[in-house]
Design a protein around this ligand. Structure first.
Ligand code: FAD
Ligand SMILES: C=Cc1c2[nH]c(c1C)Cc1[nH]c(c(CCC(=O)O)c1C)Cc1[nH]c(c(C)c1CCC(=O)O)Cc1[nH]c(c(C)c1C=C)C2
Length: 465
């Protein structure tokens, strides 16, 4: 999650003799991986809080965790844990547990008006779309019915992208859904049969499979990951890390690029950009015009992340948290019950409950107005009011923290995949020594962005997966 990687001086056939320079505009590495460690031992996350071990991208992150010597720090949450089994929706003023067992698919479970198995069964008969992209809402309405799209999928998109499923692209946001329909003609069949890819395993992978991990965090918070990575790279002697080194402009040069900083210029053979797309667009030379325009088109949303700590065990239900569909409350996305999956992050002395309320996203401007004009007091009042109304908690929190995460989650709107293809086509056609990585292109999860960095380096060194 550091921003800008340049690779000057050299032979690209292996890392031998290559100097890597990491340029980060802020005073810390990690971007949205941001944890507050209070002096009494409590840990609060202002960005991601749980990372999934599943799939090639999940395994890749666990490999890195192991290489960094962080295995002993991992806090796993198994599939049998209550936080994995219980996720709630807040609909019509009530919490409803989302079905997690087959038996719950057979009967009508509120807030849905018919057994979900009926939607699943009729899905097998729906013909495949010929469109090369579709909104997530339209895809799910067409295959599983409007009610599931309006409630479950609307909420899911708020709980992953803080976005509007009517605008987000199914092909780019949930490639497994899109591919399932394209390859097997059915979402359900495709998800059941899977893609069949198997990758090599290491110790952490084996443990995650044997112990059936659904997600994991780290003892000192997820920010330990970029912190350890920065330390590891520093010690390798092959990487120069620079904080408070904002890239202002880049210009082509005979051997690659000249990267202009506030107080100097760095030469680079190749740039691996991990900047948000808009930030990259503002530093590219005007000769990259079509690319600049496409990068600018990748918009992102602002999320207000409110950490709350309460005295005692105050939750009426146990689980990962609850999501709120946009039809219920446009501004309130959901509440994470952090103490349930990760009690190790609670203050060690005494019983407390940590919650995170997430607000805004695609609805931020409409509900709260311009982010720069919103006060912390207003956001805390709105968050505690939701905790009172949704969870019946009448006591006031003993501690709170507001993090207004501006433009933090990119939105992959319809046609995103072709935009990204055309960006990479422009780079290839013009022989630009530039790789695009980070959350603006190929997936927003922590796993996705780490994997995209790895893929860029492998492509550059010709070492492939
Ligand atoms: C509230 C929230 C909750 C989330 N929850 C989860 C979760 O539970 N699980 C999960 O997997 N993912 C989650 N995510 C998503 C995930 O955290 C992000 O998508 C991912 O961390 C993005 O990483 P990145 O490196 O692409 O971008 P960033 O983290 O945005 O990093 C980009 C870096 O570029 C720097 N920069 C910008 N401009 C310049 C410049 N001109 N020069 C130099 N540096 C510059 C920035 O300072 C920043 O450090 C969450 C995100 C948020 C915001
Ligand atoms: C309420 C808002 C948000 C919550 N988390 C996020 C937002 C915007 C951000 C986020 N959450 C996840 C990811 C990564 C996706 C991935 O591919 O790993 C991101 C960017 C994980 C996630 N959270 C929920 C789901 C269903 C997922 C997908 C992976 C998984 O199944 O674990 C649901 C969820 N998110 C939030 C709540 C309160 C909630 C459900 C109860 C918070």
């Amino acid at each position: 999650n550091a921003a800008f990687l340049t690779m000057p001086y050299g032979g690209m056939s292996s890392l031998e003799g290559v100097l890597v320079i990491v340029l980060e505009s802020s005073s810390r590495f990690g971007g949205w991986l941001w944890s507050t460690r209070r002096s009494d031992g409590a840990v609060f996350e202002h960005g991601p809080r749980g990372i999934r071990p599943a799939g090639a991208v999940g395994r890749n992150t666990l490999n890195m965790v192991e290489e960094l010597g962080l295995e002993g720090e991992v806090l796993p949450v198994t599939y049998s844990h209550i936080a994995s089994k219980n996720r709630y929706l807040y609909v019509n003023g009530q919490l409803h547990k989302m079905p997690s067992r087959i038996s719950e698919l057979l009967r009508t479970v509120p807030p849905f008006s018919r057994p979900l198995l009926l939607s699943v069964a009729s899905e097998l008969l729906v013909t495949k779309s010929k469109e090369d992209d579709e909104s997530i809402h339209s895809f799910v309405s067409r295959r599983l019915g409007k009610e599931l799209a309006d409630i479950a999928v609307d909420s899911l998109c708020r709980g992953v992208f803080a976005g509007d499923c009517r605008k987000l692209s199914v092909r780019s946001c949930f490639p497994p859904f899109y591919n399932a329909e394209q390859r097997r003609g059915s979402l359900i069949l495709g998800m059941l049969l899977g893609s069949g890819t198997i990758l090599s395993l290491n110790i952490c992978d084996i443990r995650s499979i044997k112990e059936s991990w659904a997600q994991w965090s780290l003892r000192r918070g997820v920010e330990s990951l970029p912190e350890s990575l920065a330390e590891y790279l520093q010690q390798s002697g092959k990487v120069q890390l620079h904080r408070e080194a904002a890239v202002k402009q880049i210009h082509p040069s005979a051997s690659g690029w000249k990267v202009h900083l506030e107080d100097g210029v760095v030469s680079a053979d190749h740039i691996i950009s991990a900047l948000p797309a808009k930030a990259l667009s503002s530093v590219l030379p005007s000769s990259c015009q079509p690319l600049i325009q496409q990068l600018q088109d990748v918009s992102s949303v602002t999320v207000a992340v409110i950490n709350l700590e309460y005295e005692g065990s105050i939750l009426p239900v146990m689980g990962f948290g609850h999501l709120v569909p946009s039809s219920e409350d446009r501004g309130l996305l959901g509440v994470v019950y952090d103490s349930v999956p990760f009690p190790q992050h609670n203050r060690p002395d005494g019983q407390t409950t940590r919650l995170t309320v997430m607000m805004g996203g695609a609805w931020f401007q409409e509900v709260f107005g311009p982010p720069e004009a919103v006060t912390d007091e207003h956001l805390i009042a709105r968050a505690t009011e939701a905790v009172q109304c949704h969870l019946g908690v009448t006591t006031a929190p003993i501690w709170s923290r507001v993090a207004l995460q501006r433009d933090c989650i990119p939105q992959y709107y319809l046609g995103h995949f072709s935009k990204v293809e055309s960006m990479r086509h422009f780079i290839r056609e013009n022989n630009l020594p530039l790789s695009l990585t980070g959350s603006s292109y190929d997936g927003v999860s922590v796993n996705d962005v780490i994997f995209s960095g790895r893929t860029a380096v492998q492509e550059l060194l010709g070492t492939g997966v």
